[in-house]
Design a binder for this molecule. Structure first.
Ligand SMILES: [Zn+2]
Length: 248
């Protein structure tokens, strides 16, 4: 895509090029480059930004890129990065827990998916706040998603993805596949369908009509729904919508 920009400064190897996802472990990485995940995830699952822990890494990569092309702004980029990172930590864990353990320890535990167990063992679970506390009723919630957009988000917040409505990323479901999904929803008692706001809703509505599963209309990017003007609004909106639907 950058090749087509005609901007020589952002091509591979140039200092203006920022790989926003650098340093983030890609999930669903194919062992060999293939079309196994359809045409649009050939390098693994790209939807890394929906995990707030990854959002900090992305922000750090962007700040480093900005500093490379504009060294005079270094202090401002560093200050903005610090403010963003602090706000993510407070939003994700709650300020009290950050005070108790420090952000880097919480992040290490989170990356290993050991945070909740750790807090319970140490009897400090009651200090958990923020998004992870709000997601408490969602842990273990069985869902289907339209597209494989939600693996990073669901791993962070503990939701249990049982499959996708798309047959493969970018490939809409056939009639046969829809019938398989309906059986699966009934058998596994799946209650919630995530449909990204950018995808058509007709297959999801068909399935919902046959099973009673409820649809959560899920913005995946800033501006994808009211209240998603910044990253915090995006995660807040997603959690609000899912919690409300799961409770209903
Ligand atoms: Zn995708």
């Amino acid at each position: 895509m950058t090749d087509a920009s005609g901007n020589p400064e952002i091509q591979t190897g140039q200092k203006g090029r920022v790989i926003a996802s650098e340093g983030i472990e890609t999930k669903e990485l194919p062992a060999t480059l293939s079309k196994a995940w359809g045409d649009i995830h050939p390098y693994g699952n790209p939807h890394v930004w929906l995990d707030p822990v990854n959002a900090k890494q992305i922000a750090s990569n962007i700040a480093a890129g900005l500093t490379r092309v504009d060294p005079s702004g270094k202090d401002a980029y560093a200050a903005n990065l610090k403010a963003f990172t602090t706000k993510i930590d407070d939003s994700l864990y709650g300020h009290a827990l950050v005070e108790e353990y420090g952000a880097s320890k919480l992040e290490r535990l989170s990356r290993r998916n050991e945070l909740i167990d750790y807090l319970k063992t140490k009897h400090t679970y009651d200090k958990l706040g923020g998004w992870l506390k709000r997601a408490e009723p969602l842990r273990g919630l069985k869902i289907l998603t339209y597209h494989k957009t939600w693996v990073y988000f669901c791993d962070r917040f503990g939701l249990d993805i049982r499959g996708e409505i798309e047959e493969k990323p970018g490939i809409p479901p056939s009639q046969d596949y829809l019938a398989t999904l309906i059986k699966k929803i009934n058998d596994d008692k799946i209650k919630v369908l995530f449909i990204d706001t950018i995808y058509p809703t007709k297959d999801g509505e068909f399935i919902a009509g046959k099973t009673g599963a409820k649809i959560v209309s899920s913005p995946i990017d800033l501006g994808g729904a009211p209240g998603t003007d910044d990253y915090f609004g995006l995660i807040n909106t997603l959690l609000d919508r899912i919690v409300a639907t799961a409770k209903a």
